[in-house]
Write a protein that binds this ligand. Structure first.
Ligand code: AMP
Length: 115
């Protein structure tokens, strides 16, 4: 795990290239893109994993998917498609301890979900 750089980005302590912001979510370009489009959908409210989400905040997860889909359509990925990925825990490959959704697209990604 590395520091929660996403909280630092949202607080303005670190720079990132944001493509979308609202009161609940920021969408930034991944610093190490794995596809022509590789974005991270990040909730402003800090929580590390889905496991911490309570019923009170459950709708936030759904809104994260809606933000991802909106941004994908804004970037004209809607017709060709895109992939959303959530890494959880060490075996899941999570590096940044702040919940986020990867959005990948801009090419045919193929069937593989791991390298
Ligand atoms: P995960 O493995 O799901 O925790 O993914 C973390 C992602 O954050 C990786 O794809 C990194 O390339 C990306 N990342 C790390 N630091 C930054 C940063 N400063 N700005 C944008 N993306 C970052």
């Amino acid at each position: 795990m590395i520091d929660d750089i996403f909280c630092k980005i949202i607080k303005g302590e670190l720079k990132a290239e944001a493509v979308y912001k609202d009161a609940e979510f920021w969408v930034i370009k991944d610093i190490n893109p794995q596809a022509p489009v590789h974005l991270l959908i990040i909730p402003v409210k800090h929580f590390e994993s889905i496991h911490e989400v309570t019923d009170k905040d459950a709708s936030l997860l759904g809104r994260g998917l809606m933000v991802a889909d909106k941004v994908a359509h804004d970037l004209d990925l809607g017709d060709k498609g895109y992939r959303l990925i959530i890494n959880e825990g060490e075996d899941g490959g999570k590096l940044v301890p702040h919940f986020h959704i990867h959005l990948l697209g801009g090419k045919k990604l193929g069937p593989k979900i791991v390298k």
